[in-house]
Write a protein that binds this ligand. Sequence first.
Ligand code: FEO
Length: 396
Amino acid sequence: MLKKHVKNNVYWVGKVDWELRKFHGDEYSTHKGSTYNSYLIQEEKTVLIDTVWAPFAEEFVENLAKEIDLNKIDFIVANHGEVDHSGALPALMERIPDTPIYCTANAVKSLKGQYHQDWNFNVVKTGDKIDIGNGKELIFVEMAMLHWPDSMATYLTQDNILFSNDAFGQHLATEKLFNDLVDQCELFYESIKYYANILTPFSPMLRKKLDEITALNLPIDIIATSHGVIWRENPMQIVEKYAKWANDYQENQITIIYDTMWNGTKALAERIAEGIASADSEVVIKLHNLAKNDDNDMITEVFKSKTVVIGSPTICNSILHSVAGFIHLMKQLRFKGKKAAAFGCYGWSGESVKIINELMSGAGFEILGEGLRNHWNPDSDSQKAAVKFGKMIAEN
Ligand code: FEO
């Protein structure tokens, strides 16, 4: 790590993880790597905001010690206890064991639960302030359930920097640091993927929190997240995106997601897509085989969709595990205001469509029709029926 200048006496002292391909265990794909952003504020008080993921703890502490005398750190702000931000605390606190840690009450529970240490915790609540000298203050804003109970943001007055932790972040490795210096397509794809896969269930809380932050009337020049780039060019653009995404977001898109054993269900999927296209020339149609795609990318497509068409053949009176697992993932994320339809081939008993309808209804989707069941491989009549089914979906 070489410390990188953010603004005035604020520096980035984090870790860029170019190799990361899976996050939260294997739950979240990170095709573009990630960063763990830690910040050093050097005013009259020296403040460290967050640290990095545990595998980089020693490297982080050694590098930080090359930048400053660790004993000069007056206090640490732990915006969030999850290990990707707190993972270097044990190594750091071994070197400076009495240093105060400012965090929420829930973060104390989280950090004690994870590290079993009785560090010098100082609990803060929304609106609490700390004077760090030179006329500047840190103001704390609790961000409960965005996305953990302990989450918090910290605002630096005068420099007008919001250290937002996970909120407004993306899993995107870059040496460039700022939003205006990276590929905008990559940036916004990784931002919406992050929202879709991590923040969707907490959208109602996010709507309230955005209102609360707006009411505080704090000027924001920079949003310094804990993953990916720092928003310095028009930082409110990502806040505006979040306001849209938090409001049961959908685009004019229908996504067909299926798995198939011998390509019968795949043939239905392709005919359904033709039917949708013939009935609606405007709608964006995406067609994906779950077995050949990444679940988190598929969740991003679901997030953008108004309707999701799910297909599986029947196997052992049930559905393929890829489809069952994906519906479970959608249920966890609590999508709102979306429709769904089911289809699938069968040779013997043919329960897949009924099962998909039940599972998708349980996942909060409005079900269109009874679904499309097809005995054996689709012949020309059943292919026509699939086209008709696609038209029905487009018209609803
Ligand atoms: Fe980036 Fe919730 O940790």
